[in-house]
Design a binder for this molecule. Structure first.
Ligand code: NAD
Ligand code: TYD
Length: 352
C-alpha cells in the first residue's frame, strides 16, 4: 500500500535509524524527514539513503505551523511518526524554556497541523508520538517496573516537557477522536548518538584518554535498549497498535551506571588494543545531576503480548558493536563535536 509518512526529527539519533528502517523496508512508502537540524540533527547520519527515490528531506521547525501545513499539503501526509525534540536532560536543566517550546508547543503545532490537514477524516490516518520512560519519574531499588498504568511523575524539565506533550496527544484522542498512539521507551544505545549522552561521550573520552565524569556515586540504574530494537517496535506499533493506546518499550536490561562504565572501559580498551585496565583511572566522580532519577526500568509485557515484539540484540554484542562503530567513525565524532557540520549544512540549506 502506498503511504506518505512524515517522520519528525529524522536527522537525530533514533530518527535516523527509523528513517533508514522505513526507507529500506517499505519502498512503496514515501518517507518525508522533517527536521530543524539543531546541534543534534546531522544529515551525515543518512548519507546511505539520501538518494533513495522514496526519501525526501525538508528542513523545518515543528513550531512553524505554516511550514507544517505546506508539508502536509505538498506530500499528502497520512501518517506521522513524531520524534523531533530537545532530548538531553542536562541541557533541560540550564535551558528549560527551549524544552517547553519544542517539546510541548512544537508537538501541539504538529497535532494541529495534522488535524487541520486531515479535516476529521481519520480512516487510514495515524499520529504516532515517540516518548520516554522518564515521564514516570524514578523507581527505587525494589524491583518494581514502569507499566503503562504508572502515574506520571516527571522530575526534570526534559521529562516534564515530554509528559506534557504525551498528555496533549492523548487529549487530542479523547477530545477529537484523533488517531494517536504513544510509546514510552527506555534508554537507547547504538551508532549516531550525539556524544553528550553517556555511552558515546564516554567512548569518545576513553579514545582521547580524557576524564569520565560519573555523576554522584554512579549507582543510578538505566534499562538499555538497542536502537534497532526500538525502531522495530515503532514499526509494529505504527502499523498494528490500537488507536488511543500507549505501549511501553524496554530492554529488560538494567545496568547501574558504574557497572556499565566499567564494561565500556574494558571493551573500548580491548578494541583499541590497550592493555587491560589502561583507562580505569579516567573514572572521575563529580557532583550529581540535580534531580537525578535513581532508577528507570520498563515492563514491556503489553507490547510483547499484544503485538509480539521482543528485544533481539544481546547486550554484550550490541554494546561491543556500538563501541566499535564509534572507534571506526572517529571523524563523525570529531565533526559533531567541532560544530563544523552545523555550519556546513546551514550554508547548504540557507535560502531553501
Ligand atoms: P536527538 O536529540 O538525537 O534528535 C532530535 C532530533 O530532533 C534532531 O535531529 C533535531 O535536529 C530535531 N529537532 C529538535 N528540535 C526540532 C524542532 N523544533 N523542529 C524540528 N526538528 C527538531 O534525540 P533522540 O535521542 O534521537 O530522541 C528522539 C525522540 O525519542 C525524542 O522525542 C526523545 O524524547 C525520544 N526518546 C529518546 C530516547 C533515548 O534514549 N535517546 C529514549 C526514549 C525516547
Ligand atoms: P544520559 O545518557 O544523559 O541519559 P538519561 O539521563 O536520559 O538517562 O545519562 C544516562 C545516565 O548516565 C544517567 O543516570 C546520568 C549518567 N551520566 C553520568 O554519570 N555522566 C555523564 O557525563 C552523563 C552524560 C550521564
Amino acid at each position: 500500500m502506498q503511504r506518505n509518512i512524515l517522520i519528525t526529527g529524522g536527522a537525530g539519533f533514533i530518527g535516523s535509524h527509523l528513517v533508514r528502517h522505513f526507507v529500506r523496508k517499505y519502498p512503496e512508502y514515501r518517507i518525508v524527514n522533517y527536521d530543524k537540524l539543531t546541534y543534534a540533527g546531522n544529515l551525515e547520519n543518512l548519507k546511505d539513503v539520501e538518494n533513495e527515490p522514496n526519501y525526501v528531506f525538508v528542513k523545518g521547525d515543528i513550531c512553524d505551523e505554516a511550514a507544517l501545513a505546506a508539508v502536509f499539503a505538498k506530500y499528502d501526509i497520512d501518517g506521522v511518526i513524531h520524534l523531533a525534540a530537545e532530548s538531553h536532560v542536562d541541557r533541560s536543566i540550564t535551558d528549560p524554556l527551549a524544552f517547553a517550546r519544542t517539546n510541548v508547543l512544537g508537538t501541539l503545532a504538529l497535532l494541529q497541523a495534522a488535524k487541520t490537514a486531515w479535516k476529521g477524516e481519520y480512516e487510514g490516518k495515524r499520529f504516532y508520538h515517540v516518548s520516554t520512560d522518564e515521564v514516570y519519574g524514578a523507581l527505587g531499588f525494589d524491583g518494581s517496573l514502569f507499566t503503562e498504568k504508572t502515574p506520571y511523575a516527571p522530575h526534570s524539565p526534559y521529562s516534564a516537557s515530554k509528559a506534557s506533550s504525551d498528555h496533549f496527544v492523548r487529549a487530542f484522542h479523547d477530545t477529537y477522536g484523533f488517531p494517536c498512539v504513544v510509546s514510552n521507551c527506555s534508554n537507547n544505545y547504538g551508532p549516531y548518538q550525539f556524544p553528550e549522552k553517556l555511552i558515546p561521550l564516554f567512548v569518545n573520552n576513553i579514545r582521547h584518554s580524557k576524564p569520565l565524569p560519573v555523576y554522584g556515586k554512579g549507582e543510578n540504574v538505566r534499562d538499555w535498549l538497542y536502537v534497532g530494537d526500538h525502531c522495530k517496535a515503532i514499526d509494529l506499533i505504527f502499523h498494528k497498535g490500537v488507536s488511543g493506546e500507549t505501549y511501553n518499550i524496554g530492554g529488560n536490561n538494567e545496568w547501574s551506571n558504574i557497572d556499565l562504565i566499567r564494561l565500556m572501559i574494558r571493551i573500548t580498551d580491548e578494541e583499541l588494543g590497550r592493555p587491560s585496565g589502561t583507562s580505569d583511572s579516567l573514572i572521575t566522580f563529580v557532583k550529581d545531576r540535580a534531580g537525578h532519577d535513581l532508577r528507570y526500568a520498563i515492563d514491556s509485557s503489553k507490547l510483547q503480548r499484544e503485538l509480539g515484539w521482543k528485544p533481539e540484540m544481546p547486550f554484550e554484542r550490541g554494546i561491543r558493536e556500538t563501541v566499535r562503530w564509534y572507534l571506526d567513525n572517529g571523524s563523525w565524532l570529531d565533526n559533531v563535536t567541532s560544530g563544523a557540520y552545523i555550519e556546513y549544512y546551514e550554508k547548504m540549506y540557507s535560502g531553501r
